[in-house]
Design a protein around this ligand. Structure first.
Ligand code: PLP
Length: 359
């Protein structure tokens, strides 16, 4: 069997989504966050499609190496910054910006003999308690950094939200207040991620940092990217490789978790958790076949899944089956699997064939 699972990346959707972010935050510069291989869509491909962004955000220096090798000459920000002295060499060689969130990093920069100025994003912790300095230290930290000859004057002050996908919760407003209270008003500020760009006008400061929205993804409960005017940038599909008649009362798949309520047609689709489709997606999880919903029955296995064909008498071997994409929001699959859309697109495995189109 040749593999049949395809992830099609819609370059037009990526471009549309960047425009949508610009419409929502017309006064802000946009950092396109393309960590985790562009949320699973392909790092270089996404960077090329989003060349209209003002900067790219990545998790690691290695991503910066790949982007520079691909000829991307944008400003690139390493979101967790440097870990060891040797990183500074590479950061300079590649011309990367670094986030500074810890005293350990300031010590490395202070000890660095190279006089060429580094571009820094100073990260303060306004309530997420992951990375960042206490906001009360902001003024002193800026003075400390400015005193260093090898730090560029153009420092950006940044922070990150923990709960901007819950717009009714007070946590984001509180983080915004702490961010404002940190002062340093002369510096460019950056705090908004995708959900904040959509919901919190006050968060649309000098720089916004859009990740999920650019891929048409939402992490909000009961919402999908399309509800906010974004278009899905990935369609995952495979095909039907068998259609079988199974008798009433017989059980389907590993563990026999599904018992056929009728004599019925069962379709077998060539995709499974070995491709990154979540095994936790239970009976009832939707797929699309010939323009209509069908549903998974039984347990998703490594290479295959079974679907109920009782309402699909017209189905044929080799018919395409859409697992998520334009007509089937990945957010629905994520909800069925007990996770978020980001984890699903990031989890596509290497054996899946990637295609692109311009839509
Ligand atoms: C991942 C990330 C973002 C983007 O978040 P989305 O919710 O995907 O928009 C922005 N800023 C930082 C620091 C991040 O780690």
């Amino acid at each position: 069997m040749s593999r049949s699972a395809f992830a099609t990346i819609h370059l037009g959707a990526l471009r549309h989504n960047l425009e949508r972010v610009r419409t929502l935050a017309p006064k802000s510069r946009v950092m396109a966050v393309i960590k985790a291989d562009g949320y699973g869509h392909g790092l270089e491909r996404v960077a090329r499609a989003l060349s209209g962004a003002d900067a790219f955000g990545v998790a690691a220096i290695a991503d910066g190496q790949r982007l520079r090798a691909a000829g991307i000459d944008h400003r690139i920000v390493v979101l967790s910054g440097i870990d060891e002295a040797g990183d500074l060499l590479e950061v300079r060689r590649l011309g990367l910006d670094i986030v500074v969130h810890h005293d350990h990093q300031i010590a490395l920069i202070t000890a660095d003999p190279d006089p060429r100025p580094l571009r820094i994003w100073l990260k303060i912790d306004t309530g997420m308690h992951r990375l960042g300095f206490d906001p009360t230290r902001t003024t002193a930290l800026l003075a400390q950094l400015r005193a260093l000859a090898n730090v560029h004057d153009d420092i950006v002050l940044m922070s990150h939200f923990a709960r901007s996908d819950e717009p009714a919760d007070a946590a984001t407003t509180q983080q915004l207040a702490r961010f404002a209270a940190a002062g340093a008003t002369a510096l460019p500020h950056s705090i908004a991620n995708s959900a904040a760009i959509v919901h919190f006008a006050d968060a649309r400061t000098d720089w916004v940092r859009a990740g999920g929205a650019l891929y048409g993804l939402s992490v909000e409960h009961d919402r999908c990217g399309a509800d906010d005017g974004f278009r899905p940038a990935m369609s995952l599909s495979s095909k039907l490789i068998a259609i079988n008649r199974v008798a009433k009362g017989e059980r389907v798949g590993y563990g026999g978790s599904y018992a056929c309520p009728d004599d019925m047609a069962v379709g077998v689709v060539a995709i499974g958790y070995g491709d990154g489709y979540p095994r936790s997606a239970a009976t009832g999880t939707p797929v699309r076949l010939n323009g209509r919903d069908a549903r998974i029955i039984g347990r998703v296995s490594m290479d295959l899944m079974m679907i109920d064909l009782r309402d699909h008498a017209d189905a044929n071997i080799n018919d395409r089956v859409l697992l998520w994409g334009r007509d089937l929001p990945v957010e629905r699959i994520a909800a069925a699997a007990g996770t978020i859309s980001y984890e699903l697109t990031c989890g596509i495995t290497r054996r899946v064939m990637f295609l692109e189109d311009d839509t």
